[in-house]
Each structure stands twice: as C-alpha cells, then as structure tokens.
Design a protein around this ligand. Sequence first.
Ligand code: HEM
Length: 499
Amino acid sequence: MKNLIFPRKFDQEMIIEWKFWICTSVVVMLIYKIFHSKYFRHVMIALRTPGPKAYPIIGNCSMARESQLTIARLTSAYKLYGPIGRMWFSFLPVFIVFKPEYLQLILGSNNHNEKSFYYKLLHNFIGDGLITSSGEKWRKHRKFLNPIFNINIIEKFIEIFGDSAQNLIKKIKDEDETNVTTLINDGVLDILHESVFGIPADLNKDNSPFRQGKLVASHRVANPWLLFNSIYSMTSNASDEVKQKKRLDDFARDMIQVRREMMKDDDIKTRKPLVDYMLEISKNNSNFNEQDVVDEAVTFMLAGQDSVGASLAFSIALLTKHQDHQSKCYEELNEIFGDDDRLPTMNDLRNMKHLEMCIKEALRLYPAVPLFARCLGADIKCGETILPAGCNVFIFPYAIHRLESIYPEPEKFIPERFSPEQCQDRNPYAYLPFSAGSRNCIGHRFALIEMKVVISSILRNFKLLPVPGKTSIEPVFRITLRAHGGVWVRFEPRNNNVE
Ligand code: HEM
C-alpha cells in the first residue's frame, strides 16, 4: 500500500530534493546572518579605516611583543592614521580614536560605559571590582564608592602619605646613586596597605600577596590563541593566575575580618581605612555584600599601585633632568615651609602650584595607564566614519597627549602648559591620564595628593641630580607604562632638613 502512494524511485528523488533545499536554505541563512551581523559590519568599517600593517591570522597581535615599536608608532599615530585608526586582534577589529572631540562623544556619554573584551584578560592585574565590572553593578558600586574618595576623607590620609615619604627619605640618606623605582614602589604599597586596610607601615609586609603576581595579558595578546579561554585555561599561567587571585581575595578577607573586630571596639580610635567605609556601606545596603567589599578593596590595591609608582618615577626623572623646574618647585616649597619640617596641610598642597604643573606635565608625557578601552553601546558618527554599536574602541592617552595641534613641541617638558590660563581653552578630553567622564579614575584626587606629598617631601630634603650615562627616560609599554632600566638619581642632601 505504502509503495503505491510513494513509489520507491519517487521517494528517493524527493529525499534528495528536500536535502538540497534544506542545505541551500541553511547556506543562504548563514550568508544572510553573516552579512547582517554586527561582526560583518565591524569588519567592513575596519577594512576602510587606516591602521598599522596587519598580518594574516595574528593581525596586529605581534605589537604586544614590540613594545618599543608600539611606543614609536603611537608617538606619530595621528599623523600616520588620522583621527580614527584600526587594529586587528587576530580576526577581531578594534578602533583607535585619537581626536578629543570624538573622545568626548564616547567618554562623555553614559551610553558607552561598558568595558571591552580586553579587560577579561586583566582580572589578576586589576581585580573584579569597579574597573572590570559593567552595567547596573558598576553603576551602583560607583555611586556607593564615589563619596569615600571625596577630598575630606583623602585629607585624613595625608599623614599616611607623609609617613611613607619619611621612610623613603630615611632609606635614601645613605645612598648615593640610586635607582628610585624599587624604593618608590615599596612606599606606594605601604601607603595602600595602610589607607585601604589600615595595616601600619612599620609592619613587615614582605609577604603581602600584592607584591606578587605576574602580568599575563600582554603574553596572551602576543600569542592570540591564548585569547581563547578554553586553550588558555590549560596553561600553567592560567592556574598560577587562579592561585594568585585566591591569595589576594583571602588576604583581603582576613583584613576585613580584623577591621570588623576593631570596629566593634569603640575605644580603638584609629584612622579609618577605606575598607571601614566600605563595611559601613555594606551594612546598610543589601546589594553591596562582603564579596563586593573584597573585590573593590583588591581593585583599589591593584589600581593604585603600579599607576602611582610609575607616575612618581617619571615625575622624579623629569625633575632630575630639568633642574630649572626643580629649582622653581624648591623655591615654592621654601616659601610655604621655610625651616619648618612639618607635614604638609591641604592648604600647603594647594599652594604647590609649580609642582602640580610639573606632575601634570609628567602625566602628559608618560601617562601611567597608556591604554584603556570601551565597547560602544550605540553607533557614533565621527566625521565621515560611523563607529558601530558593539565595536571595541581603544584609547591611547600616550598618543593623544602628543597631538601637536594641542601640545606644540609635544616631546618637550613644559609644565606651564598646565597653568590655568593655558588650560582654559583646551578640550578636557585632550588630557586623559585619569580617563574622563563618569567612568574616570575614582582615585585621581588620592593619587595627585599622594604624589604631591611624596615628591615635595623628597625635594625638601634632597637636591635631585642626574647620574651621568643614566639620564635617558625610556618608557616601555606594559599594562602600565614603565621606565626601562629604572630611574637613576644622585641625591644631594639639602643642608637644612637632613639629620
Ligand atoms: C597616577 C595614578 C593613577 C592613574 C594614572 C590612574 C589612571 C586610571 C585610568 C586611566 C582609569 C580608567 C581606566 C579605564 O577606563 O579602563 C582609572 C580607573 C580607576 N582607577 Fe585609577 N589611576 C591612578 C591611581 C588610582 C588610585 C590611587 C586608585 C585607588 C586607590 C585608583 C582606582 C581606580 C579605579 C577603582 C578605577 C575604575 C573606575 C571605574 O571604572 O569606575 N586609581 N585609573
């Protein structure tokens, strides 16, 4: 009966025909999907955008290995590629925006607050807190945490900054020619231990997990197959990273426990570290729990460490190289303090105007965070180019700070660029050491005050002299900018303050 209705031959032909149509439809649907996908749109726009030469499969990933070349390219990036460039992370296109007016469209809008894929590579380096979080979680946390970085709270940390600077000065005294980077990094870590967790500076913290940790992001970019988590998770670097992350979280959790106990005791009147403020927030808000306190504390420790360390090192290197500006800073300090060796007050710090200009100019030339990135929440029209929603945008302050139209003779150290008169007409998005907009650096005031206290303390005690043969400043491009070969200084005691 069956064979009468569907004869065997007809049956087979039908099946072949059906198979053909199904396959054709799938292929057509796939082609339609690819051509109408976000990815295809990103690729088409990237192909029309200038950028450094890309190689098959790896794209521009080799730039992560060629740090010096990357620095050189960034120095003249605008001249080479214009206001918008592109790079390829293997098959993934990334847009680089250089023009301050376009940066304003991105950083000045809450539509583009999401971070790019790049941040997923950085958890070991910058933690699971504000820097990497997104959406509603980021918005809420940022709202909770903004008030604890207000100037009245930071003012209470001046003593911590000053004590750490005095420790640093004691270590310098006996030394002649010194590579200051290690001394500075130790001092910065002391400051963070005390201001984030309340651990006194004189406690031995050599075993702190924040001294350890390995940077894997650039290694993963340089070897793009490691960008796939399924492959990377099989490597020893990945398991080291997981262990390191656990050490950081455990350390933070232990410290939080200590602070909880101390907070119970009303008689103990120690200075409140940032963790205490966060525990108070957590007590009153169900959507800021203990794990959030751990994540944010670890993020502050990591975000405030190499960034401040590098910025201090570059500022000191530049003041050593430019004796005229060092003298101006010293004269200013003499006017403020005379023979008094007291700690600076907030008012003193406000009066360190020349030093502030020098620090800002150092941050222009050597922005410690040379790259940050966003994922666009909507299309943006930048001149002739449409930057499409969902695309990754990389922002390189190192390049933007060298736009000749904004900073004439960009390689020269000219602190007066940051006088109020000269800043007045400058687009604020042309100066991005701390990023800009609502997702800027939450610790920028903390960092600037810390830097002023440390540098002014050093200058009040020592004249910084160059070490012959070791005067060049060579930035290396890592997650933070580093001074290759360190920063060498000969410290000449000033006769007044040194014991
Ligand atoms: C000179 C020193 C510093 C520099 C140059 C610097 C630079 C930056 C930059 C460029 C960003 C934006 C990153 C991005 O969008 O991906 C940022 C974000 C951030 N920084 Fe800093 N920073 C410094 C010091 C600090 C300090 C001392 C702290 C904390 C104690 C801190 C905590 C943070 C946090 C939590 C964020 C994320 C903010 C958010 O996304 O809401 N930074 N910093």
